[in-house]
Design a binder for this molecule. Structure first.
Ligand SMILES: [Zn+2]
Length: 195
């Protein structure tokens, strides 16, 4: 956490009260590593980097060619990522996006501050509704009662039914391995562009 890796192309002597690790190469070049707070240095064969317990879990470096806008990802993927916000699954994400009037494939980076505010409100609202109705299909409340949120879906799993806001038929959209349910009119936000 906070640190420096410095290259020294000379025989200059490092301050060993400051540098935590010093590599000296046969040609005299040196690499000095200093940690401001704390850090680790691991010796890892190049081929094992992807399976390293710490590095293997990281997403791509933001400056690498691998980090494309697609890697940044569609909004829906963020909402389902438990490290971004906990507890949202495919059942609840549908109505959250509908309440927020956002398309599931809109890139997260394209959200305006107003979108983010609506999304935040929609997240809380839908989760509150889920709790209120005792959960979704197959879920039970603390008393063992089966959840009835499915009776209150707005667009989720409602293919062909009218949108509660505008009456347009709800459409089904395959996204990766999951299905999204959207109102093509209310959630028309351009996919991959500004809206
Ligand atoms: Zn609609």
């Amino acid at each position: 956490m906070g640190g420096e890796v410095r290259l020294r192309l000379s025989a200059e002597e490092p301050d060993l009260t400051r540098e935590r690790v010093v590599f000296r190469f046969v040609d005299g070049d040196q690499v000095w590593i200093h940690f401001r707070w704390f850090g680790d240095v691991h010796l890892v064969p190049r081929g094992d980097l992807a399976s390293h317990p710490q590095l293997g879990r990281l997403g791509p470096d933001p400056l690498s060619a691998e980090f494309t806008s697609e890697a940044l990802g569609a909004l829906k993927r963020y909402l389902l990522d438990q490290s971004f916000v906990a507890g949202i699954g495919n059942v609840y994400v549908q109505d959250i996006l509908w309440h927020a009037r956002l398309h599931p494939l809109v890139p997260a980076r394209d959200l305006s501050p107003a979108d983010v505010t609506r999304l935040h409100r929609a997240l809380r609202h839908v989760v509150e509704e889920g709790v209120r109705w005792g959960g979704g299909p197959g879920e039970r409340d603390v008393w063992g009662n089966e959840g009835s949120y499915a009776d209150h879906f707005q667009v989720g799993y409602c293919t062909g039914k009218p949108c509660p806001a505008c009456g347009t038929a709800i459409e089904e959209l395959r996204v990766g391995s999951t299905t999204s349910y959207i109102c093509p009119r209310c959630q028309a936000g351009a996919v991959g562009g500004k809206h």
